[in-house]
Write a protein that binds this ligand. Sequence first.
Ligand code: B4P
Length: 184
Amino acid sequence: MTRLIFLGPPGSGKGTQAKTLADGWRIPHISTGDILRQALKEQTPLGVEAQSYMDRGELVPDKLVEDMVAERLSHPDTNSGWLLDGFPRTVNQASFLEQLLDKLAHRGVKVINLEVPDDVVVERLLERGRKDDTEEVIRRRLEVYRNETAPLINYYSDRLILLKVNGNQSQEEVTDEIKKVIAS
Ligand code: B4P
């Protein structure tokens, strides 16, 4: 049973890798960024509230994202495994997730930390050019990542479930390395 959390700075390839692997393994790819962007497109109350945070490169408040993830992970299709991309992003979200997974009896979770230097992620995101991929917003997202999300590296390393992967390689090489570290 595969249950993987993807960690890494914006543009490190979390979404790219999670989608490829989830398609191959036929398990759900749960991306908080994608769910929020869809809500925004449909202008649901969640989307309307999330928009200003996302446009500025800030994190959407924990409670909104936690409720969203709790609902998604409670769906029966997650019984065959899942890949979580973009969540948790704060220590609060991580401790919420720990309790949720305990309640759902989802065990054996591993965390993939994609390591990519700042200048490489800035270059990748500028090239992608999504609405929140302007130089100013990318710099803010990286700052938020360093302050709020990077502490999760120690959080999961202390729990002995962190696996490091060099994200600064071709997409295929990153996928291969992820498969290798999971198997070892
Ligand atoms: P996300 O959608 O999670 O955006 P992201 O961090 O930029 O990563 P993404 O997965 O899209 O990109 P990837 O690295 O795969 O979040 C967006 C916003 O939503 C956040 O800023 C926040 O406001 C909000 N949000 C989401 N989750 C939240 C949470 N839990 N709590 C609070 N707020 C939340 O790819 C980037 C680019 O690199 C692509 O163009 C790709 O083609 C390219 N690429 C990937 N791998 C490559 C490789 N090996 N070589 C070259 N290019 C590569």
